[in-house]
Design a binder for this molecule. Structure first.
Ligand code: SME
Length: 161
């Protein structure tokens, strides 16, 4: 019998959390803990959600695991976070030192991924992960993080909160 890889295990656990969670809020808290605890290279894991009705639009820090960040509110024209939310695309940065958009959270961060969360096709927030390792977010990691963002979008669609 083939032994499941660590990434498959984490993916399966994320799916189980989504089935058990009543609200998206609960799911986001459990997912950030799972990803931060189980994947060595994920040193900071958090959700930023668009503030309802804010003009100009604003990303607000929600559930997170890792060091406290000065960036609790990010406008859409700033940071890797703003880029992902405004484009609706996953952004992977292998070397944050070379990306002028990067807003520093920790001097130790070397690479970052930000994946939008969609509800009925519209961006409502995003899942942001920082790593102390350069180029940590290979295709395999992108798939896992996108899956987790998808689970939250689906939970928001079904539970409404
Ligand atoms: N680095 C992000 C800011 C958020 S921290 O990583 C937690 C950015 O450039 O948008």
């Amino acid at each position: 019998m083939r032994v499941a890889s660590k990434m498959e295990e984490v993916r399966n656990e994320a799916g189980e959390l989504a089935q058990a969670a009543v609200t998206a809020h609960e799911l986001m808290q459990k997912l950030v803990r799972l990803l931060h605890e189980r994947v060595l290279k994920y040193n900071w894991v958090g959700f930023y959600m668009l503030e309802p009705g804010a003009q100009p639009p604003m990303l607000v820090l929600g559930a997170f695991e890792g060091a406290t960040t000065p960036h609790t509110r990010i406008p859409l024209n700033q940071g890797i976070c703003g880029a992902a939310a405004s484009s609706g695309q996953t952004v992977v940065v292998d070397d944050v030192g070379k990306d002028p958009r990067y807003l520093a959270c920790s001097l130790e961060t070397k690479s970052e991924i930000v994946v939008p969360v969609f509800v009925h096709g519209k961006v409502v927030g995003e899942l942001d992960i920082d790593s102390h390792f350069p180029a940590a977010f290979t295709r395999e990691h992108q798939d896992l993080v996108q899956y987790c963002a998808l689970l939250v979008g689906k939970k928001l669609e079904t539970s409404g909160h």
